[in-house]
Design a protein around this ligand. Sequence first.
Ligand SMILES: [Mg+2]
Length: 260
Amino acid sequence: MVHLYLTIKALLIDFDNTLVLFNEDQFLVAYAKLAYPYLTDFFDEATFFQKLLQSTLQMIHNDGSQTNAEAFTNNFIADTPSLDFEECNNRFRHFYEEKFHELGDTVIVVPYGRELLKRVLDAGIQVVIATNPIFPELATHARLRWANIADLNITLTTHAENMSYCKPHPEYYQTTLGLIQRSPEECLMAGNDPISDMSASALGMTTFLVDLDQEKGRLGILSKEIGNSAKKEAKRFQYRIDASGSLEDLEHFLFNFERR
Ligand SMILES: [Mg+2]
């Protein structure tokens, strides 16, 4: 028998409702309200909100034929000939540069997150922020700052521009493993979502389900959509949970558990 941390070379950890807590639906509404002023000349507010949701789902269901960022923009401009691909990206980029940071107030940082990642890094284990890649790189970095982990030596953060699939698709995990050049057996995936995060077990990764703080974090329409579509493809998304608990429990599992 050998301690788990001696065989694990990379910790993949989810972000939303794992390292920061928030109400998904409230976040989506706040996001839409802040972003809408950047596209008022093309859509009324209700249409904009619909587009945002549809285009985000387009990323969730992306099949590898284009990046998630391309899937988003292509769906967003589909019925609006006056808005071209580049212009749409520019508008969103301005929003991310100028306003997105204000959404930082809507999340609660899990205090132990930074501590955990530091201990993992100190043990020589790589850290991957395996967040569902629906935000562009620019926004992803802002989000890491919210969680006070942007300065850590993180090997990879998945985002809409470096991914062509979303969780729970096994291809998302396959792409991530390819980018960090690791085998599934060398990786531990931790996160709060039994489907999106635990589906990493289908490839042979060790998994740890992080308990969701029911008071401070709440799943919404996107998580439900992911769950519903996963149910339709149940076979592809079978999963195994090796352990569960808080981030403190995750540390204990990683450093004290003996792998047979
Ligand atoms: Mg999550």
